[in-house]
Ligand binder design. Structure first.
Ligand code: URA
Length: 246
């Protein structure tokens, strides 16, 4: 069995965003931190950091926030940006305030444009983040695309050929799968994550994307119960599904 890492109580709470080391030491001193119903008093006590701490520990009477590693599935709504640096309402504002003060920080696995909705993962697990975005792992991303003009018929073969070079790029795109649904709607599945890739692919064939929604990554579908803006902690099987393909 893999042994859980341990952390000092005061550092654990500070890293989960409960305050500075001094502030959380105050909380512990005031008897506001309990484990299995017993008050913890020793700020330097080392605890195994296991996922069940969220059920066993309370801070000010409320369950402890989920410890790291934490991965969330979120239904990104339209109109929010994924990067801390971009102007506009940030996706991170949808998370509880305290979660924005965590160390390690929560970041999105890849990005969706402000005008794109759908399946997005947020994690503080750097290893997972790199496994998902690494081109070597070919995690496919499926988008439901709505177009300004009807498809002409040659797009699927062009996208599948792996020869299309987008404006401003030097390397051709990897093959992508286009599945037309109606004259102006289709699924497009890509394995790369170039800047504005889907929009630029359709611009390259003289069309214009008017709606973009990601509904699948690898073998993981956007859960039907997640409304735009909603998120939840992902399960291990959902993470495994990312690498399972579909
Ligand atoms: N391609 C785009 O153009 N935008 C996205 O948000 C994702 C893929």
């Amino acid at each position: 069995m893999i042994k859980a890492p341990t952390a000092r109580l005061d550092r654990l709470l500070a890293n989960l965003g409960y305050g500075t080391r001094r502030e959380v030491q105050g909380l512990i001193g005031a008897g506001r931190v309990l484990l299995d119903g017993k008050t913890l008093r020793d700020i330097g006590q080392r605890l195994p950091v296991t996922a069940d701490l969220a059920q066993r520990m309370t801070v000010r009477g409320a369950p402890l926030d989920p410890p790291s590693p934490l991965t969330l599935i979120i239904h990104k709504p339209l109109g929010v940006v994924c990067s801390h640096r971009e102007a506009g309402r940030s996706l991170y504002e949808l998370l509880p305030d305290r979660w924005r003060a965590r160390d390690p920080v929560l970041s999105t696995i890849g990005r969706l444009d402000a005008d794109t909705s759908g399946l997005l993962l947020i994690t503080d697990d750097g290893g997972l983040l790199h496994r998902v975005i690494s081109p070597r792992n070919h995690v496919a991303k499926r988008y439901h695309v709505t177009l300004d003009r009807p498809l002409e018929g040659g797009e699927a073969a062009l996208f599948a050929a792996g020869t299309l070079v987008l404006e401003g790029d030097t390397a051709p795109l990897a093959p992508a799968r286009l599945e037309p649904l109606a004259a102006t709607t289709a699924y497009l599945t890509i394995t790369e994550g170039r800047y504005h890739q889907v929009r630029r692919m359709f611009a390259a064939v003289g069309n214009h994307v008017t709606g973009l929604h990601r509904d699948r990554m690898g073998g993981l579908d956007l859960p039907g119960d997640l409304t735009p803006g909603a998120f939840r902690i992902s399960t291990e099987s959902e993470i495994a599904a990312l690498f399972a393909g579909k």
